[in-house]
Design a protein around this ligand. Structure first.
Ligand SMILES: O=C(O)c1ccccc1N[C@@H]1O[C@H](COP(=O)(O)O)[C@@H](O)[C@H]1O
Length: 229
């Protein structure tokens, strides 16, 4: 079971999270006033410099501007680009353009799932079909009605929807949305994913420093719970 941890904002958090056994390190970048925790491209590059080659460097952007995305990638150089903005804002053809400009870049496309809405009234399965030819991973994440972006809600959704998406595609799927050491085993049992992702529930309740937000004891407990599930 692959374990992906967000948001890494400092080298210190990256080291702690890697020592805790995470397989993927998630860094959101390209400053956006709505997300003060996101790093500049230069800061993200510096965090990634200390990541060993057996840990995957995941760079998250909510940008919808393909030229800007390509320009930023030339600085940040992640192994995987995680597209977590409005899915309809970047068409599969545009993702092909991004891949053409960046050798060996892998794509993690976020697939939005709304809480409390049945699968037949959601577009998640259609999106998975539409984006599977350009995606190396899917990140199935909770979407809030009031936000354009996908994720960072701290809220769970129905894991049977993840199961349906996972069973519909050959693309490796990582599940996200309010996952913690307490609920991750149940989410894995229901959906049988390739990997699991956590942000909010592995943070300190009250971080003392805006760059050091990961609580090592929560990260360790999450990794252990996922690996033992
Ligand atoms: O991490 C962010 O700042 C972010 C911003 C905008 C969209 C998505 C973002 N993060 C992704 O959301 C998941 C789930 O978060 P949570 O555990 O439910 O709080 C996070 O791990 C990232 O993949």
């Amino acid at each position: 079971m692959k374990v992906q941890i967000y948001e890494i904002r400092s080298k210190e958090d990256a080291i702690n999270v890697i020592e805790s056994g995470a397989d993927h390190i998630g860094v959101p970048y390209a400053k956006n006033p709505q997300y003060p925790g996101h790093l500049t491209c230069e800061e993200a590059k510096k965090v990634f410099e200390i990541v060993p080659s057996d840990v995957l460097k995941i760079g998250l952007t909510i940008s919808e501007d393909v030229d800007e995305i390509i320009e930023n990638l030339s600085i940040v150089k992640p192994d995987v680009l995680h597209l977590s903005g409005d899915i309809e804002a970047i068409a599969p053809e545009q993702i092909k353009t991004i891949k053409r400009h960046c050798n060996d870049l892998k794509i993690m496309q976020a697939i939005p799932v709304y809480s409390g809405i049945p699968l037949e009234n959601q577009k998640a399965l259609n999106y998975a079909k539409e984006y599977e030819s350009v995606s190396d991973y899917f990140l199935i994440d909770t979407k809030s009605m009031s936000e354009e972006v996908i994720g960072a809600t701290g809220k769970v959704h129905d894991w049977n929807i993840d199961k349906a998406i996972i069973e519909s595609t050959n693309v490796p799927c990582i599940i996200a949305g309010g996952l913690s050491s307490e609920n991750v085993a149940e989410a894995i049992r229901i959906s049988n994913p390739y990997g699991v992702d956590s942000f909010t529930s592995t943070n300190y309740d009250s971080p003392k420093d805006e760059k050091r937000i990961k609580d090592p004891s929560k990260v360790k407990a999450f990794v252990r719970a996922a690996q033992n599930a």
